[in-house]
Design a protein around this ligand. Structure first.
Ligand SMILES: Nc1ncnc2c1ncn2[C@@H]1O[C@H](COP(=O)(O)OP(=O)(O)OP(=O)(O)O)[C@@H](O)[C@H]1O
Ligand SMILES: [Mg+2]
Length: 259
């Protein structure tokens, strides 16, 4: 049976989408079957990274206008991955994004049910190892649904006091209530704070005690990634870049969690 991961954060712009897409691409490159879903209906982004024109969206799936198999596109051939790389896109048109903001609690409850059913259908149909949900920051309903549908949460934070405080609040107020386990990913660490040698272990220990959660990785801020603005899928298009090496390490740590 596959596992579901949600990539979440308190604040926006921490790197959730970059990490979701590169993590999914790394799994697929390594021969695992993976499904990546854009559950950030507030600001869909995966269509930019994967350069895809959306035919059927996850919005339509959750509105019961199409099946999950129509909304999930197999990009394995396009990216020549060993395992399956299946992606579900969210509709980025202003009209649809605005409409998503008006959904009521009943619709969201139905959306959770549909998400859980789709998950099982995908595991079975494609022998999926991991489903990855990219989410909106904070407590949007669609993010809570993704968290509730996941077995493990990757909580991405920058080195910023507001973010740290909000992250602790998410852990106590949401994850613990949902009963979901989580790991912390520190992203965009400024060059002067990047730990080296034994400093990395010390920093991980310190952070782990702040959040009372395992640390999955400490990723530096790369100016070229910042400048690129999320257009490149580094794991597949620039595999020698250090950023994809962090994905391999994160994958190892996630596997340790499920042992
Ligand atoms: N380690 C990194 N170093 C430098 N830039 C990064 C790094 N990780 C992500 N970025 C850049 O930061 C910007 C925001 O990243 P991304 O869109 O992945 O964040 P997000 O958390 O998904 O944002 P949002 O909350 O708005 O959905 C992008 O331009 C991305 O290329
Ligand atoms: Mg994002």
């Amino acid at each position: 049976m596959g596992k579901a991961l949600a990539i979440h954060s308190y604040k926006g712009g921490t790197g959730k989408t970059s990490i979701s897409a590169n993590l999914a691409a790394t799994y697929a490159k390594n021969g695992l079957n993976v499904c990546l879903f854009d559950y950030d209906f507030r600001a869909p982004s995966l269509q930019i990274i994967f350069k895809e024109k959306i035919k059927r969206s996850l919005n339509e799936f959750l509105d019961e206008k199409c099946s999950i198999f129509e909304a999930a596109v197999d990009l394995s051939k396009k990216y020549k991955t060993k395992g399956k790389l299946i992606v579900g896109f969210a509709d980025p048109s202003t009209e649809v994004m605005r409409e998503m903001m008006t959904k009521d609690r009943k619709w969201e409850m139905r959306a959770l049910h549909l998400t859980l059913t789709a998950k099982e259908a995908l595991y079975k149909q494609f022998n999926i190892d991991y489903i990855i949900f990219d989410t909106s920051p904070g407590i949007y309903y669609s993010s809570i649904n993704a968290l509730a549908a996941s077995d493990y949460i990757l909580l991405v934070t920058k080195m910023d006091e507001f973010d740290f405080e909000g992250t602790r609040e998410l852990i106590n107020g949401i994850y613990n209530v949902l009963g979901r386990k989580a790991g912390i990913l520190l992203n965009k660490i400024p060059a002067m704070n990047v730990p080296i040698g034994s400093g990395e272990v010390k920093m991980e220990e310190k952070l782990s005690s702040i959040f009372n959660l395992p640390i999955l990785g400490i990723i530096p801020c790369y100016c070229d990634i910042q400048a690129d603005g999320g257009k490149t899928l580094h794991s597949l298009q620039q595999p020698d870049h250090p950023f994809p090496q962090y994905m391999e390490k994160i994958i190892e740590r996630i596997a340790e969690h499920f042992k």
